[in-house]
Design a protein around this ligand. Structure first.
Ligand SMILES: Nc1ncnc2c1ncn2[C@@H]1O[C@H](COP(=O)(O)OP(=O)(O)OP(=O)(O)O)[C@@H](O)[C@H]1O
Ligand SMILES: Nc1nc(=O)c2ncn([C@H]3C[C@H](O)[C@@H](CO)O3)c2[nH]1
Length: 284
């Protein structure tokens, strides 16, 4: 049983540290929606979990949910990508048409489907980042929202990599970036994040976990693809050599967690990881 004390609770509402300069700047045009809605614990901390395919993000999010049941989690909507449907009213939902498995399509024919995939995944992530705080979170002290990946990894990991591999044509990459910049500027502070938790493991470890999970669409994935994605993560989140186009992103804190160890059946390792997450949030 993991037991992490919430010392932060004792800080009380009035003692929430001032927003870092970058966020005060970001909030200049109006505070993010989460800031207006959180009543008990003040503003919600909004963090994204980033990391390579099969590094263990969903597993980690589950662990966070078990440890901090009051937090709000937004998991990556893989099932929606596997079964694309037109958005419909509740009455139409049961009869809505299935347009196909876009995840499978992008792996099978990346040059044909990458632009479609990135447009759709970006929209899914945008919707997730715009979700209002749940009733439960509104009643929580020190509310925290966790997102599995973000509109930023959509662009600076996947779309960028697909462009560099030649699966996105120059014109598609240009339009995607234009759309991405426009949407993020329009939604501004409503989608702002306070930091990133980067789950880091070797590409070899990710491939091993990917094979163990056995998702059918991913069976052709080679180590080389995971190595490329690993490099994209390192360049964006660690070396900071990726050119990013949003000032608040450039300055966002990144906490790197080594998840090479198999923590699934190791309560001590789990406790240590959860302690580190809490400690990171206290630094924000
Ligand atoms: N620390 C770990 N040790 C051992 N196995 C793990 C660990 N974390 C995750 N796994 C296993 O690895 C597989 C992939 O994990 P998971 O689905 O959480 O990855 P993910 O990062 O969410 O993947 P994706 O990028 O596809 O969303 C699962 O079978 C999971 O049980
Ligand atoms: N092309 C592409 N672009 C994305 O933005 C993206 N995000 C996730 N994925 C793939 C990785 C896993 O197989 C699976 C679940 O994470 O979906 C993506 N693939």
């Amino acid at each position: 049983m993991i037991c992490i004390s919430f010392r932060a609770r004792a800080r009380g509402r009035g003692m929430r540290p001032l927003l870092p300069l970058r966020l005060r700047r970001a909030a200049a045009g109006g505070l993010p929606r989460c800031f207006g809605m959180a009543r008990r614990g003040g503003p919600a901390w909004r963090l994204s979990i980033e990391g390579n395919i099969a590094v263990g993000k969903s597993t980690f999010v589950k662990l966070l949910g078990k440890t901090f049941p009051e937090w709000q989690m937004a998991t990556e909507p893989v099932a929606k990508w596997q079964k694309v449907q037109a958005s419909s009213t509740r009455e139409q939902a049961s009869s809505s048409q299935n347009f196909g498995n876009l995840l499978q399509m992008v792996y099978q024919e990346p040059s044909r489907w990458s632009y479609t995939f990135q447009t759709y995944s970006c929209m899914s992530r945008l919707k997730a980042q715009l979700e209002p705080l749940s009733e439960k979170l509104l009643k929580t002290w020190d509310p925290v929202q966790i997102f599995e990946r973000s509109v930023y990894s959509d662009r600076y990991i996947f779309a960028k990599n697909l462009f560099e591999l030649g699966h996105l044509a120059e014109i598609e990459w240009t339009i995607y970036q234009d759309l991405h910049t426009f949407l993020l500027q329009e939604f501004g502070d409503r989608i702002a994040l306070h930091g990133f938790l980067y789950l880091q493991a070797t590409p070899e470890k990710c491939l091993e976990r990917l094979h163990r999970r056995g998702r059918p669409e991913e069976k052709e994935i080679q180590l080389e693809y995971l190595e490329q994605l690993h490099t994209q993560h390192e360049n964006w989140l660690v070396k900071k050599t990726t050119e990013v186009h949003f000032e608040n992103l450039r300055n966002a804190p990144v906490f790197v967690l080594d998840v090479n160890n198999d923590f699934e059946d190791d309560p001590a390792e789990q406790e240590e990881l959860m302690r580190k997450v809490k400690a990171f949030i206290k630094t924000l």
